[in-house]
Design a protein around this ligand. Structure first.
Ligand code: HAM
Length: 429
């Protein structure tokens, strides 16, 4: 049987990887300006971390986690980055070292969802988590940071920001009761999953993709009417700051998101182009002020987001491409290969991208390869050249050829590789 990649898990080949690097680089540079530093946490964590923090009755925990037992531990391949980062924050007593921490991460996450365009079983997220600031300024600044990254940093337009507030724990409990009262009379019309969740976690019904649940949710009570004074003031503060920053958003009282840890501000960034079909949410995040304490740490508020890299790449302009070697070295005989290797090494030491042809064989095939790679110069080293102490240099685009003394070939060619306009043949720099 032919072995193939696991369903829902993709190879990213070099042409495409260049676009990944561009996105990752833009993300790193952008969030660094807002004070974020990278954190790297393990891909495997104890299963209990996710089931407790994300919530036992969420789709992620109930259906999607890759979990297994090994050496007496129950382990899960991380489905998201927030719980692991918070675990690390608590484990390393980070709050004793600094009052506010800003962390970012990039990496693969794993969820056994049904694969579709923009929905994979191994997918990549870039995310940020901010600990220690409860105020609405942090929320607004984070939303503005994401929006400017998408628009200016990545060139992605047609994005809508959806905003909601779930309130703190007290509000959520009251909302839960209101939802139970609303859905119970129509229990028979809900999906089987939602009927089961009605008592335990009725918020999840609002997040369900089942058409029966969507229909039933239409007249559901709005959480925004249940916010207490402090929650309402916080939400008003977020909106006021967003207005000051000229960030447009849509308040969506039905937005609940698929993870249980959120408190107060919730947001999603959705593309309105239709390119991603049902997978139109490119960024999701919100406040989770109780997680650090829930993990045994002090009471430290937190807010964060993660963006789906594959989804953003679908929307990001720019061709797939690869870096080209500036110089292709073509040794024409066995006697020349060692000298070619040395020249390659010396050019690289001068910062030039070089490929040395080790296949042997005919010049024609080597020139064809140099051309197809898009190299600027092809350096030919045959027995004749070696005898005369020179190399022949072909300017591939201009179809011109000249010679350079072997003794200073590395310096001369490195300068020519970097130069915008090549010198006329025969005139070495
Ligand atoms: P999430 O909404 O589950 O949030 O995921 C965030 C983003 O990851 C989604 O908006 C989507 O772009 C991408 N994503 C999720 N699942 C898949 C998939 N199966 N295939 C491709 N892309 C996917 C979180 O994960 C939270 N940890 C975000 C957060 C950070 N909240 C606070 N801090």
């Amino acid at each position: 049987m032919e072995l193939r990649a696991v369903k829902g898990m993709n190879d990213i080949l070099p042409d495409e990887a260049a676009r990944w690097q561009r996105l990752e680089q833009a993300f790193r540079e952008h969030v660094a300006r807002y004070g974020y530093d990278e954190v790297r946490t393990p891909i495997l964590e104890h299963t209990a971390l996710f089931s407790r923090q994300i919530g036992e009755t969420t789709d992620v925990v109930e259906k999607e986690m890759y979990s297994f037992a090994r050496h007496g531990d129950e382990l899960t391949v991380r489905p998201e980055g927030t719980a692991g980062a918070a675990r690390a924050y608590v484990e390393h007593k980070t709050h004793t070292k600094e009052p506010v921490s800003r962390w970012y991460y990039l990496g693969p996450m794993f969820r056994g969802e049904r694969p579709a365009k923009g929905r994979y079983r191994q997918f990549y997220q870039a995310g940020c988590e901010l600990y220690g600031d409860a105020g609405p300024l942090a929320d607004a600044e984070m939303i503005e940071m994401i929006l400017s990254l998408l628009s200016t940093g990545l060139g992605i337009g047609n994005i809508e920001v959806r905003l909601n507030s779930l309130g703190a724990s007290g509000t959520r409990a009251r909302y839960r009761d209101a939802l139970v009262a609303y859905f119970t009379p129509m229990k028979d019309k809900l999906s089987e999953d939602s009927q089961r969740r009605l008592e335990k976690n009725p918020l999840r019904i609002l997040d369900s993709k089942d058409p029966r649940d969507r229909e039933a949710s239409k007249g559901a009570p709005s959480i925004l009417e249940l916010l207490d004074e402090a929650d309402a003031a916080h939400f008003a503060g977020v909106r006021r700051h967003l207005d000051a920053l000229d960030v447009r958003y849509v308040v969506d009282p039905t937005l609940v998101r698929g993870l249980d840890y959120y408190t107060r501000t919730l947001f999603e960034f959705v593309t309105t182009t239709g390119d991603l079909g049902a997978q139109s949410t490119v960024v999701g995040g919100g406040r989770y002020d109780n997680m650090v304490e829930g993990l045994g740490g002090p009471s430290v508020p937190a807010i964060g987001f993660a963006m789906g890299i594959e989804r953003l790449l679908t929307l990001m302009p720019g061709e797939a491409s690869r870096e080209r070697p500036a110089i292709y070295v073509a040794p024409l005989s066995d006697a020349c290969t060692s000298r070619a290797l040395v020249l390659g090494r010396d050019l690289r030491a001068r910062g030039v991208r070089v490929e040395v042809d080790g296949r042997g064989g005919r010049l024609k095939a080597m020139l064809r390869r140099a051309d197809s790679l898009g190299a600027k110069l092809c350096v030919i080293l045959g027995d004749g050249e070696l005898e005369r102490g020179i190399v022949s240099v072909k300017e591939l685009a201009a179809h011109k050829q000249d010679e350079v003394p072997l003794a200073d070939a590395a310096d001369v060619l490195a300068a020519r590789a970097r130069a915008e306009v090549s010198p006329p043949p025969g005139e070495a720099r």
